[in-house]
Design a protein around this ligand. Structure first.
Ligand code: MLT
Length: 274
């Protein structure tokens, strides 16, 4: 347990007291810092809170998070979602506009399924609602074993470029450098736990049609990990706008943060009046 609850929760911006905060869930294998640029550009003065998911950033190992919540020890995105809910409640947050990028999106969907009353609005960013196929699942389990056996992050460091779009790869070496720094700050155990949790996640496509909350789907136009076609299908199912971010791949929040910030502020406005 941290002082915040099961997970570390960072106040990136302390806004109007009493308002519905924006809650940000990061991707793999990173931590809350991948949201900093977006929060800097966020219109208005809404509170922005960003999590470190189990085993990453300043959060405890997944096994400890599960034990603190009395949950099964097996790595699970549902454990992450339960820990997000418990931490928010401990902070006195009963409703939030929730934005999740990639792995964070898997957690946001699990949160919506488990704790619908907590979710005032949902932003799915560079993510999918579908489960992995067998090949992807096997790849994750292999990578989990490799990082544990080696005791370093070498098996995932290639993601510092594959997560970026072609424009960033060609013109923004600083972004790959930033991703590498953030990745190297993560521990092998947290990376392995996250891979196993993602491998075990179910298909939540069907949840989108009955979500019943204001939503937005955001995707980089050059996202190779969660491409635009899948994002369009999610937006149609969620009956939500689709925002395609130019000159960005899978890391829209650092490659082109401004359209992401504008879309989140617009979602929060809709959630306030829903
Ligand atoms: C992420 O950015 O969180 C990863 O691409 C998620 C995944 O491996 O599915």
């Amino acid at each position: 347990m941290t002082d915040d609850g099961p997970l570390a929760l960072h106040t990136l911006r302390a806004g109007e007291p009493g308002g519905v905060p924006l809650v940000l869930l990061h991707g793999f294998p990173l931590d809350h810092r991948m949201w900093l640029d977006v929060v800097d550009l966020l219109p208005g003065d809404r509170t922005a809170l960003a999590f470190d998911l189990p085993g990453l950033g300043a959060s405890p190992a997944g096994e400890h998070v599960a034990a603190a919540l009395g949950l099964d020890a097996a790595p699970s995105i549902d454990t992450s979602a339960a820990a997000v809910a418990a931490t928010l409640r401990r902070r006195g947050v009963g409703r939030a506009v929730v934005a999740g990028l990639s792995m964070g999106g898997y957690v946001a969907l699990a949160l919506l399924e488990r704790e619908p009353s907590l979710v005032a609005g949902l932003a799915l960013v560079d993510t999918r609602a579908t489960a992995d196929d067998d090949a992807a699942r096997e790849r994750r389990l292999r990578v989990a074993s490799e990082v544990e056996a080696r005791g370093d992050l070498e098996p995932v460091l290639g993601m510092r470029t594959t997560l970026l779009g072609a424009a960033s790869r060609a013109e923004r070496p600083d972004l790959a450098q930033r991703l590498a720094t953030w990745m190297r700050d993560q521990g092998p155990a947290g990376v392995a736990w996250s891979q196993r949790a993602m491998a075990a996640r179910p298909d939540r496509s069907e949840l989108l049609g009955r979500a019943g909350v204001p939503g937005v789907v955001i995707v980089g136009e050059e996202d190779e990990q969660a491409p635009v076609a899948g994002a369009r299908e999610m937006a149609d199912a969620l009956v939500a706008p689709l925002v395609v971010v130019p000159r960005a791949g899978h890391m829209t929040t650092i490659e082109n943060p401004e359209p992401v910030a504008v879309a989140l502020a617009e979602l929060a406005r809709r959630a306030d009046t829903a």
